[in-house]
Design a protein around this ligand. Sequence first.
Ligand code: ATP
Length: 365
Amino acid sequence: MAGIVIDGVSKYFKGEKAAVYDLDLEVEDGEFVVVVGPSGCGKTTTLRMLAGFETPTKGTIRIGGKVVNQVPPKDRDLAMVFQNYALFPHMTIQKNLAFGMKIRRTPRTTIKKEVEEIAGMLGISQLLGRKPGELSGGERQRVALGRALLRRPQVFLLDEPLSNLDAALRAQMRVELKRIHAQYPVTTIYVTHDQVEAMTMADRVALMQGGRLQQIAKPETLYEQPTNIFAASFVGTPKINFFPGTLRREDAGVDLSFLSCTQRLNGSLGAKLSQFVVEDVTVGFRPEDIRLAPGTAGELPLVSATVELVEPLGSETNVVARVMDQVITCKFPARTGLSSGDVIQLEFDMAQVKLFDKESTNHLN
Ligand code: ATP
């Protein structure tokens, strides 16, 4: 197994805009890193450079301490599962799975045992006698995964490997892949645009936008301490709410005004914010950090809102409410008994507020 170091890597195809720009990323030996971001942000290009299908325009890539910029794909000891996984069409699934081990002259009995084990794990045991053309897209994807797993490489590269599966199977495979990784902790880079996959599977998440790495952090840190507005809005369902706000420094502390309320920020939050000269901020509250308050209108720090939409999800209720021209999404407990048109009082959990510089969009607190 091997760690990966991507050092100042950029990739330009044509023109001036880089597909990947000045990327620094260190992945520890055995770590599971998920690269996530919107379409076109440079995820696949990053993976293809690691695999050796693209050469970086600038910077170096090290795998297991060795610079591999000029090393051809076959000599990098990687196993890959890409969006368009290629299986040998004329071979049975059994033979497709066994191929790598056969090349390595693994004893027949070992091949049989390992193929059966991995097929069982991936739920494709009944397909071993068929050919790829006789399988559904999701089944083929699982075969491609199985084949890569059986290679026992030092690095595992996966590009949207679950994209062809239905929601239930995808959820099951997420768990399976994590279990397999716990069993065989191969250094893994997993590319997806799906924030749920990133948050549930990663040891660390690398979030990209426009070819640039925005943040690399543990899933909880990405959620609690997003580096900027993009990172804050990329993770979390429903999405975080943003409001325009103003900070005013008083002798006794810092006041934050947003919507129709002003809050005194005390303690460490106030102390931290008093260091900044920024006045105009973007105030972020995740839907679960807004509560339905029993108080009456006009009481500070409550904000009056009118319910526009109620989405009962069973265990909780998403409520979309309006305060003037601002739409707010809240996550309330189940059985709120609310309906559209109701006037409610909202209470904001100030311990969870996320403040961003309006200009740079960077997180301040
Ligand atoms: P998706 O989630 O849609 O697969 P991605 O994040 O994987 O997107 P990339 O495929 O890495 O994004 O593409 C990053 C940028 O580089 C895009 O603007 C894309 O158009 C461009 N690009 C990718 N491959 C090439 C190529 N071979 N030639 C020219 N431009 C390319």
